[in-house]
Design a protein around this ligand. Structure first.
Ligand SMILES: Cc1ncc(COP(=O)(O)O)c(C=O)c1O
Length: 397
């Protein structure tokens, strides 16, 4: 396959000042922001400096609406379906807090779900007596949708929670099949799309999920400290709202009554980082403009990286699943952190993880730590090759 979107690369890199400094292969951690994102945030901060925070927010009203429209457009939804929150974890927590789960109820999840999702479900188990059922994996890795369907046959299942792309493994789980199974049984589905946003094209309503949690800073290239929750029309119409509702999500009408906001704002908090919301909107517009070509390029660079890493004897690839993403993970059979630091010292950004990031997956693979390299469409082939060569020479020392 020829190099995808090569003609747009120079423009994308010119928009990304960080590419002049570093080889950034940590987009699954936090991507490099493009200039329109930086401008949106800093212009608003300057307005806050000059005018005051509340006064600047009033003026920014139409731009905030446009930011919601852009984020909604990115996931095939409408403005009413988007709640802006601090990060994907907060989005997951707000979605989970919509359900009054109790003893005997079962939540279905996957073995590959993000650590914080697993922790929240274990907290529900320990404090509310909720049972956790993890669907089996396919032989090649990734959740087995047929096993999800089997589990959903039990009337005690009240909720499904699933990560689309795990943090520590490059596979893409078949969440469309999971969504279909949930719709067929009328069981609510919370989808963790944190690593998918900016990497995959997303039509949230078509996925059959009731909620989709996402963050701004990863493949979406937004600022840190902001994320969002897609809330389906079905969830809104059913009147679901989080236990931790505040005055943005509802109006206190009488001493003992309140009225819910009609839209997904009922999942937000009143205090709101307007500059970050504008940055998130700019990132969504940038992603929409980069389009499918950019997504193809990210996947292509990751494949190239996997292939080249496979040629280094001291590197053992960890990614499984029939579909793989822009996240590439490897076992170096040694502590990856000194290697991460050495790579960083030469201007190459990667990340590392230990067993506690994904206990089930890591134990199955028999590894205690790994190195993660996550390219994005603005990376060059030369950068990928240089990173692999540098890693190979560090491992040979
Ligand atoms: C798959 C997955 N889900 C959820 C999260 C949590 O995202 P945040 O740190 O924005 O809360 C992460 C973060 O790495 C992730 O990789």
């Amino acid at each position: 396959m020829t190099e995808p979107a090569r003609d747009r690369l120079a423009a994308w890199r010119a928009d990304t000042p960080g590419t002049a400094q570093r080889i950034h292969l940590n987009n699954a951690g936090a991507a490099l922001m493009p200039l329109p994102v930086v401008q949106a945030v800093t212009e608003h901060l300057n307005a806050e400096v000059a005018l005051g925070g509340y006064e600047a927010a009033d003026i920014a009203g139409p731009a905030v609406d446009a930011a919601y429209d852009a984020v909604a457009g990115l996931v095939g939804a409408r403005r009413r379906n988007i709640a802006v929150v601090e990060n994907a974890t907060a989005a997951m927590a707000q979605a989970l807090a919509s359900f009054d789960l109790g003893p005997g109820d079962i939540v279905v999840t996957s073995n590959a779900d993000y650590v914080s999702n697993q922790l929240m479900l274990m907290a529900l188990r320990d404090r509310r007596g909720v049972a956790i059922a993890r669907a089996a994996d396919l032989p090649q890795g990734g959740v087995d949708a047929a096993d999800v369907r089997r589990l959903l046959g039990d009337d005690r299942v009240k909720l499904v929670v699933m990560s689309w792309i795990p943090t520590n493994s490059g596979m893409v789980q078949d969440v469309a099949a999971v969504g279909e199974a949930c719709l067929a049984r009328g069981i609510p589905f919370i989808l963790d799309g944190c690593q998918a946003i900016g990497q995959l094209s997303i039509d949230a309503p078509a996925l059959g999920c009731d909620f989709l949690a996402a963050t701004g800073r990863k493949f979406l290239r937004g600022p840190r400290g902001v994320g969002f929750l897609f809330v389906s029309d079905r969830a809104l119409d059913a009147g679901w709202y989080p236990l931790s509702i505040d005055l943005r999500g509802a109006t206190w009408t009488d001493p003992d009554r309140f009225e819910l906001a009609s839209d997904a704002r009922r999942f937000e908090n009143w205090e709101f980082a307007t500059g970050l919301v504008l940055g998130l909107g700019a990132a969504a517009r940038y992603a929409l403009d980069a389009g499918a070509e950019a997504l193809t390029r990210t996947a292509w660079l990751a494949d190239r990286l996997r292939e080249r890493l496979g040629g280094i004897p001291a590197v053992h690839r960890l990614d499984r699943g029939s579909t793989q993403s822009g996240i590439v993970t490897v076992d170096l059979r040694r502590d990856p952190y000194p290697i991460l630091r050495a790579l960083r010292a030469t201007g190459i950004n990667t990340s590392a993880f230990t067993r506690s990031a994904a206990v089930i997956d890591m134990d199955r693979k028999g590894v205690r730590a790994g190195l993660r390299l996550s390219p994005h469409y603005y990376n060059t082939l030369d950068e990928v090759d240089r990173a692999v060569d540098t890693l190979a020479s560090l491992l040979a020392q």
